[in-house]
Design a protein around this ligand. Structure first.
Ligand SMILES: [Zn+2]
Length: 241
């Protein structure tokens, strides 16, 4: 096993503005709702970009009179509102069909240039030890490409500058779902908040036999164990400056 290296532990790193880019509704809550709750409590402004609206997660006997995408977006909005997130951009790409394309990089670069975050959180595109949804890999790769170097250089997507956006330097990327995390946020004070936010995703409740809450608790316990925290969310820190 690789030696544990710790870059940051305890409270979330200081930031005025944080952008979280997830592949599906509920990814932000699964991977970082506790960190989001602590950031919001500290006065940090948090915005989400959700790349697909999770249309492949539709239960077998769904009543077609209700749009499943609308339901998932409403669940995502409710969860974000509960956590105090400022806003959400839904890109509405088809679930399960996301690739790291130039078009997606352009969309994510525009979001970064519009919101101007200090820190961007997204999926680790290079996870090898855990099973990983292909959309997570694609979104992680496209977001990293947007955060560095595209958003900071005026030569990338110059049409966005003509439309009034300006280049922006993101300081740090924090990658979730990493198999070698080095950044551990203590979420013990906000674990109940994280569980409440996940409960907003009602349509996904049957997706985890044994219960979402047990899974989330044991994940948080496992994440904190190597650094002596009762409950943690773990990230890989990437300097972009
Ligand atoms: Zn996902």
């Amino acid at each position: 096993m690789e030696k544990l290296s710790v870059r940051h532990i305890g409270e979330p790193p200081l930031a005025e503005r944080v952008l979280i880019v997830g592949a599906h509704p509920d990814d932000p809550e699964f991977f970082c709702a506790g960190t989001v709750a602590r950031w919001v409590a500290a006065g940090t402004t948090v915005h989400y970009v959700v790349v697909t609206s999770g249309d492949k997660g539709q239960p077998e006997h769904w009543n077609p009179s209700r749009s499943f995408v609308e339901v998932r977006e409403a669940e995502q909005l409710a969860a974000a509102q509960l956590l105090g997130v400022q806003g959400i951009t839904f890109l509405r790409l088809p679930d399960g069909e996301v690739f790291d394309t130039l078009a997606l990089r352009a969309q994510l670069t525009a979001e970064i240039r519009r919101f101007r975050p200090d820190i961007v959180l997204t999926h680790d595109p290079l996870t090898r030890l855990y099973r990983q949804h292909p959309d997570h890999r694609a979104v992680g790769a496209a977001t990293l490409a947007a955060a560095f170097p595209a958003s900071r250089l005026a030569t990338f997507f110059p049409e966005q500058l003509a439309a009034g956006l300006h280049p922006h330097v993101v300081r740090v990327a924090l990658l979730f779902g990493s198999d070698r995390p080095d950044t551990f946020v203590d979420i013990a004070p906000v674990l109940e908040r994280k569980l409440a936010a996940l409960r907003c995703h009602t349509s996904q409740a049957s997706a985890f036999p044994g219960g979402t809450e047990n899974r989330v608790r044991s994940r948080a316990r496992e994440a904190g164990a190597p650094v002596g925290l009762e409950y943690a969310e773990a990230f890989l820190w990437v300097d972009l400056e």
